[in-house]
Design a protein around this ligand. Structure first.
Ligand code: RTP
Ligand code: MG
Length: 148
């Protein structure tokens, strides 16, 4: 069983796409282990996307991520990292395969609706970054009442 971090970006929240996006992960068979709607500050956005700090689009990326509420989630299931990235689709919606979230809901690389961790190590780092201080995931899991 693997966990991954998925975040619906401000464009996805503003457009009312939380429901359809969650549906896709649930339909595939993943379990929603934790979720919160939040605004993130520049410091958190910069840490989250730290690997891109020297890229020309970094400032724009941080502006975008802090422009509205995001929906931070932890999903778990078999090969959760790779499988959720497949459901999300290629970074640039123009190149994303039909049926993926980015192909179906987005037009532009800068506003591509959703983030997914790119490795189990990134997932661990990002879950700690966004859910640190919250109740332990095991507690949230029990709160979902799915027989745990
Ligand atoms: P994400 O981290 O958001 O899940 O996206 P990703 O793994 O598919 O792509 P990544 O390389 O990590 O890029 C992070 C976000 O930066 C924006 N980006 N803009 N203008 C550009 O060339 C460019 N390249 C990347 C995208 O919004 C991407 O999601
Ligand atoms: Mg990435």
């Amino acid at each position: 069983m693997e966990r991954t971090f998925v975040m619906i970006k401000p464009d996805g929240v503003k457009r009312g796409l939380i429901g359809p996006i969650i549906t896709r992960f649930e339909q595939k068979g993943f379990h929603l282990a934790a979720m919160k709607l939040m605004r993130i500050d520049r410091a958190l956005a910069e840490r989250h996307y730290g690997e891109h700090q020297d890229r020309p689009f970094f400032g724009e990326l941080v502006d975008f991520l802090t422009s509205g509420q995001v929906c931070a989630m932890v999903w778990e299931g078999q090969n959760a990292v790779a499988n959720t990235r497949a459901i999300i689709g290629a970074t640039n919606p123009v190149q994303a395969s039909p049926g993926t979230i980015r192909a179906d809901f987005a037009l532009d690389i800068a506003s591509n609706i959703v983030h997914g961790s790119d490795s189990p190590e990134s997932a661990q780092r990002e879950i700690a970054l966004f859910f640190d201080g919250a109740p332990a995931l095991e507690t949230m899991y029990r709160m979902t009442g799915d027989g745990a």
